[in-house]
Write a protein that binds this ligand. Structure first.
Ligand code: CP
Ligand code: NVA
Length: 307
């Protein structure tokens, strides 16, 4: 049995297998073919933070696979009132076939997984957002943008940045990360990614100048400057991140046909300008839709591993 807590635990080949499964399911769906590959199964979805895409994509995806998903916010279950994670894990995994968790600490889902009898999926923690990277890479595959990939991430060193780093390390592409001073990526995760990248030939560079990062990049990406849980820092962050907005001037430094990705929700006038966002909205909303298809691929793949 496998859990999906970070991309670190997966080989490039396994990630591509998951994405191919998702793309096949997507093709079938577009042709009106719904294969009930997870019939009679249930997915428990524990949300300790807000969500639009993660909730809708997992719940819809499970329905389309013939399965059922339960939405469990921490207001609804005893986890939010102090029932231990290890007890919650043993109860839920005795009744459900898979669990998706969105929470704060990565250690919470690791503890949950260690007590779970069924696969656990990371639906975002403070440290990582691996299911988003499945959708992002699927989108690049569909847009023939995976060859000679040079990605530039501009903004806060956060969960999205860490997952981009892990993907670059596994897949062996170049990733340049520009953050303001003091908002760099986690040093321990960076060191781990650099170690993994030695095997793949991946290059991960960190810097404080966004222009240096985007120069000749084939993909430019960003994320909110204020992640969930940091709301009280918002005003201060807006001042500090001045100069880090992905706007037309910044995109003009990248390759001519550079792609722009954003995991959403996007804050126009902050991390991205209205013009850049709207110019690239087709790929960005395909990226959002691909959450549905990539995660269906993941759940079918994880279910197969259980035999
Ligand atoms: N990108 C993403 O995870 O969106 P939600 O927070 O809406 O789920
Ligand atoms: N970094 C953002 C991602 C939202 C999908 C957050 O954690 O809020």
């Amino acid at each position: 049995m496998r859990h999906f807590l970070t991309l670190k635990d997966f080989t490039k080949e396994e990630i591509l297998e998951i994405l191919d499964t998702g793309l096949e399911i997507k093709k079938n769906l577009k042709n009106g073919v719904y294969k009930k590959e997870l019939e009679n199964k249930t997915l428990a979805m524990i949300f300790e933070k807000s969500s639009t895409r993660t909730r809708v994509s997992f719940e819809t995806g499970m329905f389309q696979l013939g399965a059922h998903a339960l939405f469990l916010s921490n207001r609804d279950i005893h986890l939010g009132r102090g029932e231990p994670v290890k007890d919650t894990a043993r109860v839920i995994s005795s009744m459900c076939d898979m669990v998706m968790i969105r929470t704060f600490e990565q250690s919470m889902i690791e503890e949950f997984a260690s007590y779970s009898k069924v696969p656990v999926i990371n639906g975002l923690t403070d440290s990582y957002h691996p299911v988003q990277l499945l959708a992002d890479y699927m989108t690049l595959m569909e847009h023939n943008a995976t060859e000679n990939l040079v990605a530039a991430y501009v903004g806060d060193g956060n969960n999205m940045t860490h997952s981009w780093m892990m993907l670059a390390a596994k897949f062996g592409f170049e990733l340049r990360i520009a953050t303001p001073k003091g908002y760099e990526v986690d040093a321990k995760i960076l060191a781990e990614c650099l170690e993994i990248a030695k095997q793949s030939g991946g290059v991960i560079k960190t810097m404080n100048d966004p222009k240096e990062a985007v120069k000749d990049a084939t993909v430019v990406t960003t994320d909110t400057w204020t992640s969930m849980g940091q709301e009280n820092e918002k005003e201060e962050r807006i001042k500090i991140f001045n100069g880090f907005m992905v706007d037309d001037a910044m995109m003009s430094l990248a390759c001519d046909d550079a792609k722009f990705l954003h995991c959403l929700p996007a804050y126009r006038g902050l991390e991205v300008s209205e013009e850049v966002f709207e110019k690239h909205s087709e790929i960005v909303f395909n990226e959002a839709e691909n959450r549905l298809h990539a995660q269906k691929g993941l759940m079918v793949w994880l279910d197969k591993q259980r035999g």
